[in-house]
Design a protein around this ligand. Structure first.
Ligand code: EPU
Length: 421
């Protein structure tokens, strides 16, 4: 397994380009199952999860052609099976998103249950409840969800019990080709959900209320082909801004969408960073100052994203003062705490709150990545640790960060990938 070795103590200074959003690209690629003609998706990030999605679609018989700069041409017409195997679903939970489009377009799907995950139980009951409300018949056999519908799905009103990102996406994709009107209440408003809805609308869907908690879908008979560009990754952007902030440096990001990062940018201002914005760029400058500790409370968009919690926890470990970081979305998303403690961080966890007392720097050690964002927080902590920090099991990072060592190096970090033998 590859490792990253970081030599801490360098104040970052530089400029990088942010990739397309993983959590928008995955549902958009999968939603091409709904489209009758070829589709070209641009600004797709070069990530392990994207490769897994291509493997999943390819296994169903979909034609995929990767052009330069990760633009992908997809033709789902040759599809010959409607099956998502356990081997792929277990490595990438988002595979479960094939359920909605397969049911909507072909009336049948067999998809492995995803099982547990490092950050929480993550059930998919809301996905299934929504699909059943649209008329799907669902049963479980040998760890697989068997779903079918006689004829077409029928529009319905659905209220999800909690705000769920992929739950909203699955129900939305199913509703697009359903007969009549569907109303999805308590819908997730995350920019990635909006990007999926905008893509579907561009291909002929009739979805209104995009960006609100009520999505209204007028079912259509077919979607046509076309081209679409995925939005920039706000979590990747936030991670590099955190790297700049905790190393007391300056970081400029290109190809970003500052308007979808308000909650995170406010926190960077609170830590003492000077933030300058353009329409598609952000510059963060700490002017050599130690960041101030900030309280964090995660919540669905437009609140502070759970996907930035670990990175701000790392930042708070080297900040001036003390704070509380409260995780409200996932019940087990503090796996990075024990690893940060190995680097000398001062953190105590009580229930869903991590109390942090900052210190000027940490001490390098060997640590282990447990999930995607936890891994990113260990790389960040390594940037402010004396000596060398080795982060093991970085396949988690490769799922969601394109060339992290190259981008960090471009900003001046001393970071090296050690490939597994
Ligand atoms: N939940 C249920 N039942 C459901 C669905 C969700 O109880 O049927 C619960 C979850 O267990 C969790 C909460 O609802 O406690 C919210 O989960 P959500 O469904 O919104 O999460 P998700 O759709 O599985 C996506 C992202 C995650 C991100 C979360 C929250 C993708 C592919 N994944 O997951 O991204 O953390 O939304 O914003 O979009 C990551 O990129 O590192 C990542 C984990």
């Amino acid at each position: 397994m590859d490792k990253l070795v970081i030599t801490g103590g360098v104040s970052l200074d530089g400029e990088i380009r942010i990739s397309g959003a993983k959590n928008a690209a995955l549902p958009i690629l999968i939603s091409t199952l709904l489209v009758d003609d070829p589709v070209t998706i641009r600004n797709v990030p070069h990530l392990h999860d994207v490769t897994t999605t291509m493997e999943l679609l390819g296994g169903m018989g979909v034609d995929l052609l990767v052009h330069e700069c990760m633009s992908i041409e997809i033709d789902s017409r040759p599809i010959k099976n409607f099956f998502a195997p356990y081997d792929l679903v277990k490595t990438m939970r988002a595979s479960v998103l094939v359920l909605g489009p397969l049911l909507g377009r072909y009336g049948k799907a067999t998809v492995s249950l995803p099982g547990g995950c490092a950050i929480g139980v993550r059930p998919i009951d809301q996905h299934l409840k929504g699909l059943e409300a649209l008329g799907a018949k669902i049963s479980m056999h040998d760890g697989y969800i068997e779903a079918h519908v006689d004829g077409r799905l029928k529009g319905a009103e659905i209220v999800t019990d909690m705000v769920t990102v992929t739950g909203t996406e699955n129900i939305l994709m199913a509703a697009v080709l359903a007969e009549g009107k569907s109303i999805i209440k308590n819908a997730a408003r995350e920019p990635e959900v909006c990007d999926l809805a905008n893509f579907l609308n561009k291909m002929g869907a009739k979805i209104s209320g995009v960006g609100t908690d009520t999505l209204v879908v007028e079912g259509v008979d077919r979607l046509h082909g076309g081209e679409y560009t995925v939005i920039p990754d706000r979590i990747e952007a936030g991670t590099y801004l955190a790297a700049g902030a905790l190393t007391r440096g300056r970081v400029k990001l290109k190809n970003v969408a500052p308007d979808i990062m308000t909650a995170v940018l406010e926190k960077f201002s609170e830590v003492g960073a000077k933030i300058t914005l353009g329409t598609d760029w952000i510059e963060l400058d700490m002017m050599g100052r130690q960041p101030k500790a900030v309280n964090i409370y995660t919540s669905p968009y437009p609140g502070f994203p759970t996907d930035m919690q670990a990175q701000f926890l790392a930042l708070n470990c080297v900040a001036d003062g003390s704070c509380n970081v409260v995780e409200t979305i996932f019940e087990n998303r503090f796996m990075h705490v024990q690893e940060l403690q190995r680097l000398g961080a001062n953190i105590i966890v009580h229930g869903n709150t991590a109390a942090v007392i900052g210190k000027p720097s940490l001490i390098g050690a060997k640590v282990m990545a447990t999930d995607l964002r936890a891994s990113a927080s260990l790389v960040l902590a390594g940037l402010m640790a004396d000596g060398k920090t080795t982060v093991d099991r970085i396949y988690h990072i490769d799922r969601g960060y394109e060339c992290i060592e190259e981008k960090m190096s471009q900003l001046g970090a001393k970071i090296l990938r050690i490939p597994s033998r």
